[in-house]
Structures are given as structure tokens and as C-alpha cells.
Design a protein around this ligand. Sequence first.
Ligand code: 0A1
Ligand code: ZN
Length: 881
Amino acid sequence: MRTEEPRPVRLRDYRPPDWLIETVDLDVSLHPTATTVRAKLKIKPNSAGTPAPLVLDGEEIKLRSLALDGEPLPTENFVATPDRLTIAQVPNRPFQLDIETVVDPTGNTQLMGLYRAGAVYCTQCEAEGFRRITYFLDRPDVMAVYTTRIEADKNEAAVLLANGNLLAHGDVPGTSRHFAVWHDPFPKPSYLFALVGGNLACVEDAFTTMSGRKVKLAIYVEPGKDERCRYAMDSLERAMRWDEIAFGREYDLDIFMIVAVSAFNMGAMENKGLNVFNDRYVLASPLSATDNDYASIEAVIAHEYFHNWTGDRITCRDWFQLCLKEGLTVFRDQEFTADQRSRAVERISDVRGLRSHQFVEDAGPLAHPVRPELYHEINNFYTSTVYDKGAEVVRMIGVLLGPVLFRKGMDLYFARHDGQAATVEQFVQCFADVSGRDMTQFMRWYSQAGTPEIKAAPHYDSRARTYRLDITQTIPPTPGQPNKEPMVIPLALGLVGNNGRDLPLVLDGQPLARGVLELTRPSQSFVFTGLAERPVPSLNRGFSAPVKLALPIEPGDLRFLAAYDPDPFNRWQAVQTLAMTLLKANVAALRAAAPLREDDGLMAALGAILKDAKLEPAFIALVLAPPSEADIAREIGRDVDPDAVFKARRALRAAIGTRHAGALADTHARMITPGPYRPDAHSAGRRALKNACLDLLAMTEASDAIARANGQYRSADNMTDRMAALDTLSLHDRRERTAALDDFYARYADDPLIIDKWLALQAAIPEPATLDRVRALTSHPAFSAANPNRIRALIGSFAQVNHTQFNRSDGAGYDFVADFVLALDPKNPQVAARLMGAFRSWRALEAKRRGRAEATLRRVAATPALSRDVHDIVARTLAES
Ligand code: 0A1
Ligand code: ZN
């Protein structure tokens, strides 16, 4: 654990490295507790000038020997601590450093550097894990060519993998050991290094690239799980082809490998040619995985593969530029999914996620710019803001430039910066260069935190036939940023006529290019001409900008848009807006002990969409889902009572179930998917709608609906339907629930990834007994605090999904999570810090809960020897902004 004083790192302090490392020859001799690492580094000065001392990063490593240009270095000539190697005097010319270190993979509970996932040896080096393997200039702008020799006992690790292409392999004569040598010709930063050793099964395939090169594809998994990688392999091949077509990007090595491991801090990692995955994003079979699992596998496989160009070939100059690879790669994986599945459904799902996570983050104490300017612990910046808002910013460049210039800008970026460690400025400059646009003001999307708020006031003049929109933008203050400058906001819009069709958009006598208004000032007016009828405004179509929009719009107009808007996103949005208005009113009513309202217009809109056979089932399922609890709480903004939010939402769902019982039951029956299970988007959409109907029906507490769920649970021939039925049953405190939960455990006790669903579902039950249940489950044999997936399933689900129980008014939910975090922190600070993020909205709570949350946060903050990770989150969460 790191206990030194906080060390803020600042973007403005960036300096190029004094030394560069051209080649790295690693010889890693695997041993469970004492793995020897011999590193031969070819080092050279970065520029001619005064010689600088050589300071290499390290963490928890032991030095065995050190030699410079082949000569052992006298001990008085260097200082080696577990976290630094300093050589005051090195020659001011190229030289070779030979470093021998020892590390303990079994004792590595942080899962950073070289560790063991079960029996498998693997590495995780992003962001700063390579320094836990050997002393190094562990920063992304030091790019080297790696050759890796791995040696291990044949019984312990029959498979030995590293980045690049295989050069040689064989036995070590006279021993039970063997070796493999891998060479990666592409210079890369240390965070993309990887090696794996273990007894793994391999599923192979081949891919021919667009220029006709044959690439071997290999997915390594625990023996016996081979069949469960088929979908991952299929997704990989589709992603490789798509990147060729959509971005002209071809794979570059002779082999592409994926290894699934059971213990991993995050989702997956894009190490060059050797992606390491959390096994939950690789393994799937109809009986073990839901449609959502299949969709996540497809997206994560694609995401990591796309990093080969956006991340690996072009990497980041420093960690402040993280969004350069992550925002761009999320944008790319979202586009891939949109093309593979349904563009409208993908956009709505992405925006739902953005609002529930990124908007919430942006509205609280952990708000930060897409490109932060200061950090204490970089691991805490793998956030929804960097990833998801980062993707929105790239998407906006596309909206502003249009598809042709956007692609030209991307092509220029790849051509100009291939092989480099680049910055956000360099990325955006490519779009400025191809379009001739000045992107200076646009750069504020990277530097200003907070979700912009747009207010639009419409004025129709029937005599002049004009329609004027007066639009203002404001950006709320965020930590360290009290005042904001106006942004460039691309606002796609339509003006919908009485017949449900778009009217022509004529501004200043010109048709509006691509239907996009560009906001650049605090307030602006736009006058559309030639409008013989009052149009209904459809603003921010496709969610062209990640903003909050306030528009005084009649409920009648919203119902009209829900029925007719040619833009499917805004059709969905119209229903969301109606629902949000009702939900906020009912939350207030509940707190005032006043009667709840209903909204006939909303109900009618839902009924019409439910019956519309022309709509995709997956789209209808999304329309039937009201805004999330997190999103409602964020809209309310202050003095939030999570119980009232939950009750209002549940009441709305029950009202939908009652009002549309007939149509829901009919749809539930109609949306069957005959034949064997298939994970394709269409079949998945039908199941999503079927199960949304089931859940709404059960909300009424009607016994036949519960029986229907119970029947589906028992007879399901796939995990999607079984899990959906269990999810529904879990919300009703009846004996069917207990029986189904017991049955589920009995069926799947041997399969940790399935048992994660069982843990997560129980932790999410919105009832007071849940806390005791979760506490008891921490001692269940299926739970292990050493495995991040188990922790996320049980504790993460409780803290991040179960809003009423985590936010219990007695504060017991806060204390439970805090105690768990404190116990976990010395072992795995990264995962502990992530859990602590659940407190991020504490200031918006009503007074009693706010007081309890603050007391818990202060208790955590006062605990001695906190990791830098947890300390950073707690300090920022408590800070007055
Ligand atoms: N670059 C990966 C995310 C990732 C980040 C840090 C990690 O360390 C434990 C692991 C993975 C991605 O975007 O997929
Ligand atoms: Zn990524």
C-alpha cells in the first residue's frame, strides 16, 4: 500500500522525459512467490544537453542486481527503494542497463503488475502497473520495442504468451521447465505490456484482412469453457471487419490473442496483440448468459480490438490525455453496435447510461473535465466522464463536420500520428485542418466540467410565418471551476408539422445545413421563416449534444412527438419527459403526504407505442422503462428522499401495469422467440419487450402475473428469460421468490459468473431486510473478497443499484459499505475506491441521510493509512467546492 503524502500531478507540469528507452528485453522466470525478472534496457538521452540523473519508477519490487553496459554497478552509485531506482550519474549517450528484480505474483492482491488469477499468471499494467514488474520509465510517452522470454514449469503453465509474434519456444534441458520468446515490433508504452502463463484451453480461428494478410485469432480460457467463447470469437471477427470498412483500419500483427481471467479489476485491457479480459466479457452460452451479457461481450471485445489503432498505434502523451484513447474508442464501439444492431436503440441505451452515470457524476463533488488538469491517483480517472462524455465530445465533432469531413479528419489523425504518443490538441487539430474550422472554442468541452443547461423559448408569429427560438446556455459551477465560458453546442433539430412530417428549416434565407444549429454564445436567437403553421419543436435530436434541455412544451405537444416525431430518439425522449414531469410531481406529493397524480396523456402515449407493430420491440421496451432512480434524483437535485423516488417510480410502473394489463399480457405472449435461443439483436429485442411486459404486469401484484413470472422462471430454456423472471420475482416478497432464489443457487452453484447474478439480484432487493441478507452473503461460500467480480456483484450492486437500502435513513447502509471498503483497501485499493464512489451524491440528499453519509465519510477520511486511491475519492467527495 502507498502511504506517502498526496502528490498532485498537474497537466501544466508536463515535461518530456530526459531519457528514452528504445528496446526492452525481458526474461521472466515464473514462480508462484518469487518470480525473477531480468530486464535489459537500451536507454538513450532524449536530447543533447546537460546530463540528468536516471530515475526509474518502481513499486513493491526487490532489486537483485544492476549492471550498466555489462558492468555491475557499485552500490554507492545508485539508490534502490521498493518504489524508485535512482542512478545519479549515467553517461550522456546511449547505454544498456541490466536490472534483475524479484516479485511475488501470489501475494499480489492489488491485481496490478504480475499477479495470479486463480492458478493463471497474468499482468495488468495500465495505468502504472509495469513498475510493479521492473524498474522503468513507466509513462506512456516512453515507447519501446519489447522482446519477452517467459519461462515456467510445464505443469504449472503449459501456455506462455506475451505481446507480438512468437519467435521461439522449447524445453529448458534437464528441467521440467519450458520457455517461449515473443517479439512485438511496434514500439509501445509500458502500460500495454502483457504476459500470461497458465494451463489454458485455446479456441482458434483465422481472419483475412482487407489487404489479404492472414491473421491467427486465439482465445484462451479455462479448460472446459471452450464452447463458451464462440460468441466472443464471432464478435471479434465482426469488429475487425467493421474497423476496415468504417475507419479503414487493418490489423497489423500475425496473431491476435484474447485471454479470459477470473480475477480482474476492470472489464478488459487492450495490451498490444494480447488482450486480457475479465472472463465475464468473454464467456457466454444460452444457459449461462443473458442477452445483455451477449451485448456486453460484443461491445467490450470490439472496444478492446478498436484500441489497437486508438490507443496502441497512437497512444497518449500522458495520463491527462486518457480521453484521447478512451472517449474515442467508446465512440467507435458505440458506432459499431449501432451498425450491428439498431442505431436508435443503441443511442437511447447509451444516453440512458450517460444520464444515470455521467450526468450524476458531473452534478456532484467528483465532477471533473473530460481532460482533467490535476490528479492524485490516476486510477480514479477511469470514469464515466472520461469514457462516456469523452465519446460524446467526439460524436459532436462528427455532428459539426458531417460524416465525410469527420472521416477525413480521422484518416488524417491516423496518418499524422501513427506511432506517436499524442495529445487531445493534436487530435482536434486534424479536424480543424480538414474542415478549415477554428476549433478553439470547441476545446472547452475538454476543459470545462459540468453539464450545460440549455433553455429554449419558442415564439411563433402566424402573420410573419416565422418561428423564433431564443436559446440560452449556462454551465453550472463544478469543483475548482466557479465560472464557465460558453461552449460550442451542436443542436440538431426538427420542426414538425401537423401531419407529423418535418417542415423545411430555413434560416436567414438558407436551408439549415444538416438540421444543426450551432450555439456559441450565452444567448442567441434563430428565426426560421416560411412556416405557414405553428410547428412542434423537436430539439437536440439524436441527443446531438450532451446537455440538459429545458423547453416550455405543452404536454399535448409531447404526446404529439411521442406519436409522430420522425426522430426515434426524440420520440422516446418525449415519453421520458412526460414521465419525468409526473415522477417529480409525485415525489413531491409523497413527501407532502398528498395523493399521487396520474397522467392520462402519458398512459395513452404508452398504449399507442405498445400497439404500434411498425416499431422495433427493443425500442418499445425502452419506451416502457421510466427514467432511472439515479436520473430522477439528479433531476430533483437537492433534498432528495430516495424512498420517495423509489415509491413514485414503482407507483408509475404499477399504474402502467394496471392500465395496459391486456396489451401487456398480449405482447408478453406474442413476443415469443420460437426455435433454439439466438443472441441476435432482433431476438434479444423481442425478449426484452416480453420481459418488460412481464415485469410491469407483476407490478400490479396480481397473482396471475406472479404465477406467470414463476412459470417463466421454471420453464425458461435460456438465461435471459430465467433471469428476467427471477428479477421480477425478486421485487415481490412472496414465497415464490424464496423458492426461486434457492432453486437458482442449487442449479448454478458451480458457476461463479452465474452466481454473480444471484448475488447482485439479492443485493438489489429494495427492502429493509436486504442489508442483513447482504451481510450474511459476505460469509457465503460463493462469495470471496479476493475476487473483484464477486465484490461488484454483491457490494457494488448494493451500493450503486439499491438506492433505498444503501441510503437507509438510519445510515446502516453507509456504514456497511464503508466498513467493507476499509477492510478491502489494504488488499485492493482500486476496487475499494470504486465502491467508495457510491457516496458521490450525498450532498443532494435530504438532511437526515446527508448527515449520516457525512459522518460515515468523515470516519473513513480519518482512518489512518488509507490508500491514495480511497483517500483521493473521500477527500474530493467531502471537499467544499
Ligand atoms: N484501458 C482499459 C481499461 C482498464 C483500465 C485500467 C485497468 O487496470 C486495472 C484495466 C483496464 C479499457 O478501456 O478497456
Ligand atoms: Zn478503453
